[in-house]
Design a protein around this ligand. Structure first.
Ligand code: FES
Ligand code: MG
Length: 570
């Protein structure tokens, strides 16, 4: 062992301190030789029955442990706060930074030499990666895998269908009874959302960054190979400790560029932007929102997966998984980037191949020429806003319409189906107060459903603008992450009913067509932003969260504090 293991500063000690560090561990039936210099591998587990997407993680962790033991390590599983998208109010995003702190401090404070990050439901991946990067000891991600494809009346369904179904129920095309049948058939197995939503995009992100073994992203949760991958990852982390292969060795600038390109080719989530920015901030890699436009430009959409396409994560696995996608687009990638297995991206792709061109297309004959995230600027979003053209209506990419303004989500819910609502198919729906500070936590409400009046007329898409996010499973002509947000008195706070708004995706512009004098006048009427929370985490959050275009991390969490062992406790 070249470098002294940090765990030996606990378990290798003599006298009273060493006695305390070892003796209590032995109540778990651990023999003395486990403490004598084996790499201690933390298994950072986000298992929770309140996070259904991660509910199988204790079992999966057993496979990781088996691998750790085989390779001569000493596995110790520990819990961190878990974040499930479906149950947590007001939004799991409010707690992403909190979990990252939990992860960072848990790793640093304990006798851990390397860590396996058990990631599944959306926020659990960025939170764990952010935390681990801020300690920078060897780390490998094991994703939980997606659910098997849902079934309803013989058709394949997934999370993206929820948005369709709810509009069909509102316009009377679908009955409540049918909706109940769909509910019973959608989540067929363990695992996270079965489409290329945020969880799957995050699993692809870690694989393209090099933070997981190749193939990690697409193996279904219910497939036996998922456990095999977990066991391999357990073996590998022990060697990573021996090699001292750390996140900072893997997460170089070019790795981030690769991740952006891959996210474009798969039609990945818009939430990818905010999470990758936050991770880059922890590693100290300068990455800006403009980089997402720059590096996804020219990358075609080659994965035919919902919500941008037709198929599901299970299909991606059978078609060759993410390695096959990356192989198809290899000419765009920085192949020399190193990954957790010690091999480069190019080496990992040597044997990758596409097994179904219905699901993974070639770069020459892609499903769509345009992919990725377009970054908009303009007086309505001076610091930026984003839109995902592959999931939007091509007809609306250049559009001018009158604003229909909702002050907040409650106002929207109250009035959206009001027959008196002044709206037409060309209107632009604007939702305020859904930003990081304003909600707080930046919820996934940006893909707000269309007014019933418009659904009845057969309208299927309208321009929607907010300072919030949308689910990675969402779609539509939805402008998100408008920065600065309403609560920071960004221009979006000034929009009034009837104002004309111009969206020009090709020109990367989003403009409020109101004169500067008028906007200045309106701005004078705004009160200064205040933190309305008197205590607790929400107060800390609002005081320190940065704007969306910077990744919505806390200002004091940027960078890393290293893995130095802290002072003794007794
Ligand atoms: Fe957990 Fe979609 S709700 S991944
Ligand atoms: Mg989500």
């Amino acid at each position: 062992m070249e470098k002294k293991l940090r765990s030996q500063q606990w378990f290798g000690k003599k006298g009273k301190d060493g006695f305390i560090y070892r003796a209590w561990m032995k109540n778990q039936g651990i023999p003395a030789d486990e403490f004598q210099g084996k790499p201690v591998i933390g298994i950072c587990n986000t298992w929770s029955e309140l996070t259904p997407c991660n509910a199988h993680f204790r079992e999966l962790a057993e496979s990781v442990k088996r691998g750790v033991i085989e390779a001569g390590g000493f596995p110790v599983e520990f819990p961190v706060m878990s974040l499930g998208e479906t149950l947590i109010k007001p939004t799991a995003m409010l707690y992403r930074n909190l979990v990252s702190m939990d992860v960072e401090e848990s790793i640093r404070a304990n006798p851990i030499d390397g860590v396996v990050l058990m990631c599944g439901c959306d926020k659990t991946t960025p939170a764990l990666v952010m935390g681990a990067c801020s300690v920078d000891i060897p780390a490998i991600v094991v994703s939980g895998g997606a659910m098997l494809t849902g079934k309803f009346k013989g058709k394949s369904i997934g999370t993206s269908d929820i948005w369709r179904f709810s509009e069909q129920v509102r316009s009377g095309i679908m009955s409540e009874e049918e909706l109940n049948m769909a509910e019973a058939g959608m989540c067929r197995s363990r695992g996270h959302c079965a489409v290329m939503g945020t969880a799957s995009s995050m699993a692809c992100m870690v694989e393209s960054l090099g933070l997981s073994l190749p193939g990690n992203a697409a193996i279904p949760a219910a497939d036996a190979s998922r456990k095999v991958l977990a066991q391999y990852s357990g073996r590998r982390i022990v060697d990573m400790v021996r090699e001292d292969l750390k996140p900072s060795d893997i997460l170089v600038r070019k790795a981030f560029e690769n991740a952006i390109k891959v996210n474009a080719a798969i039609g990945g989530s818009t939430n990818f932007v905010i999470h990758l920015l936050a991770i880059a901030g922890r590693v100290g890699i300068p990455l800006t929102i403009d980089d997402f436009d720059r590096y996804s430009n020219g990358i075609p959409l080659i994965a035919n997966l919902q919500p941008s396409g037709a198929h599901f994560m299970e299909d991606l696995y059978y078609a060759g998984g993410l390695p096959a996608v990356m192989k198809e687009m290899e000419r765009f990638l920085e192949g020399e980037c190193i990954t957790v297995n010690g091999r480069s991206i190019a080496q990992n792709l040597e044997r990758a191949e596409t097994l179904n061109q219905e699901v993974i297309a070639s770069v020459e004959q892609p499903f769509k020429l345009d992919s990725g995230v377009a970054v908009l600027k303009g007086n309505l979003c001076p610091e930026g806003a984003i839109i995902k053209p592959s999931a939007a209506d091509a007809r609306l990419m250049q559009h001018t319409g009158k604003a229909v303004v909702f002050e907040n989500i409650e106002d929207y819910k109250l009035r959206i189906d009001d027959p008196e609502l002044v709206v037409d198919a060309d209107s632009v729906l604007v939702l305020k107060n859904t930003g990081p500070k304003g909600y707080p936590g930046m919820p996934e409400v940006g893909n707000m459903g269309l007014p019933k009046k418009m659904l009845d007329l057969g309208v299927t898409d309208m321009v929607r603008i907010s300072d919030g996010r949308m689910s990675g499973t969402g779609f539509g002509t939805v402008v998100l992450h408008v920065s600065p947000e309403t609560a920071e008195n960004g221009t979006i706070a000034l929009v009034k009913d009837g104002d004309r708004i111009e969206l020009d995706v090709a020109g990367r512009k989003l403009s409020l067509l109101v004169s500067d004098e008028e906007l200045d006048k309106r701005r004078e009427g705004l009160a200064d932003p205040v933190n309305q929370f008197k205590r607790g985490y929400a107060r800390l959050y609002v005081a320190h969260v940065e704007q969306a275009h910077l990744g919505a991390d806390f200002d004091f969490l940027k960078g890393n504090s290293g893995s130095e062992v802290l002072r003794d406790s007794h």
